[in-house]
Design a protein. Structure first.
Length: 307
C-alpha cells in the first residue's frame, strides 16, 4: 500500500523487513530511492508493475550512499531503466562509475565467494547517466521536488532526501535502524548505526538535528520502513550515540577490546529495548541485532583508532 505515492519495497536482503528501498510515483513517473543488491532487482521491477509503471516510466534512482545493501544493485537496475539517471553524493559518484574499489574493500573483509553470493558482481554505471547531488540539489520528479541534503556521520558520502510532496525524509542510515520486530505500544525502537569506516559522532548529531529541524511528518529508513514520532526518536539516537562513544572510550585500552565493546553494546540495547516494553529478551535481541552489534563495534574501533 502506497502513502502519498511512496511505496516501500522489501529488497529481500538478509531477512524480511530488514532492508528497504522505495518507489515514489508522481503523475505516472517514478523515482527509486536505494535499490538493495543485484538479487533485489526483480523485486524492484515487480514493485514498478504493482504501481502500474513500466521501466521506461522511471526517471531517477537516488542513492542515499554507496554501501552495498543500499547501492549494490544500482548498475544492474539502471541498465534496465532506459530513461533513468542515477543520483548520488559527489563523494560516491566515482564508486558507481567504477565499483572496483568498493568490491576490493568489501572482498578483503568477506571474501570473493561470500561477495558473489550475497551481493552479486557489481556492474558499473555509465558516467553519462550519473548525476552528482551536492547539498541542496533538487531532483524534479514530474514537478515533485526531492531535495538532497548532505548528511554525514554514518558515511562522508551520505545524503538524505526531503520530499516536499509528502513532507517526509528518506534517511538511509543516518537516522539509525528501526526494525519493526521491536515495535511496542510505545512506538518504534531505534538505535544508531556506527558501521565502518566513517563514523563521526559530531557530524551524526548535526545531521540528525538538521533532519528534525525540517519538522517532517515521517521518515523512511532503509532499515526499516516508515516511522513517525521523529523528535522522540531523535532524542533516543542522541542519547545512544553519546552512550556508545562512552563505551568505546572505556574499552579503548582493553586487550579484548572488541569483545568488551560487543558485550557493552548488547547490554545497552537490551536495557533500552526492555525499557521500551519489548519483552522477548536478550537472546532474541541478539538474534535480530547480532550483525548490527558486530558492525557497530567494528565502526567504533575504527573511530577510536583514528582519534
Amino acid at each position: 500500500m502506497a502513502t502519498q505515492g511512496i511505496h516501500t519495497i522489501d529488497t529481500g536482503f538478509v531477512r524480511p523487513r530488514f532492508d528497504a528501498a522505495y518507489l515514489i510515483v508522481e503523475h505516472g513517473r517514478g523515482a527509486f530511492v536505494d535499490c538493495g543488491t543485484n538479487h533485489s532487482v526483480p523485486r524492484m521491477l515487480a514493485a514498478l508493475g504493482e504501481a502500474g509503471l513500466a521501466p521506461t516510466d522511471v526517471d531517477w534512482l537516488v542513492l542515499t550512499h554507496v554501501h552495498l545493501d543500499h547501492a549494490g544493485g544500482a548498475g544492474e537496475l539502471i541498465a534496465l531503466l532506459p530513461n533513468a539517471k542515477l543520483v548520488v553524493h559527489p563523494r560516491g559518484a566515482r564508486h558507481m562509475i567504477d565499483p572496483s574499489v568498493l568490491w576490493a574493500g568489501a572482498s578483503a573483509v568477506y571474501g570473493e565467494e561470500v561477495m558473489e553470493s550475497t551481493y552479486g558482481r557489481l556492474r558499473p554505471v555509465p558516467a553519462g547517466r550519473v548525476v552528482e547531488a551536492p547539498d541542496g540539489h533538487v531532483v524534479d520528479l514530474a514537478g515533485r521536488a526531492l531535495r538532497c541534503l548532505d548528511t554525514p556521520g554514518h558515511a562522508k558520502h551520505h545524503l538524505s532526501m526531503h520530499d516536499a510532496g509528502s513532507n517526509t525524509c528518506f534517511t538511509g542510515d543516518v537516522f539509525g535502524l528501526s526494525y519493526r520486530d521491536f515495535d511496542t505500544t510505545n512506538g518504534p525502537f531505534i538505535l544508531p548505526t556506527t558501521s565502518p569506516v566513517q563514523f563521526d559522532p559530531a557530524a551524526l548529531h548535526a545531521s540528525i538535528r538538521r533532519l528534525v529541524a525540517l519538522e517532517p511528518a515521517a521518515l523512511h529508513l532503509t532499515h526499516y520502513g516508515r516511522v513517525e514520532h521523529v523528535a522522540k526518536l531523535a532524542d533516543d539516537l542522541h542519547a545512544q550515540i553519546d552512550a556508545m562513544v562512552a563505551i568505546a572510550r572505556a574499552a579503548q585500552d582493553q586487550p579484548d577490546r572488541h569483545a568488551v565493546l560487543t558485550g557493552a553494546l548488547t547490554d545497552l540495547y537490551a536495557g533500552r529495548a526492555a525499557a521500551h516494553g519489548w519483552t522477548q529478551g536478550r537472546e532474541a535481541l541478539v538474534a535480530l541485532l547480532g550483525m548490527d552489534i558486530e558492525l557497530n563495534a567494528q565502526g567504533l574501533e575504527v573511530w577510536l583508532d583514528q582519534q
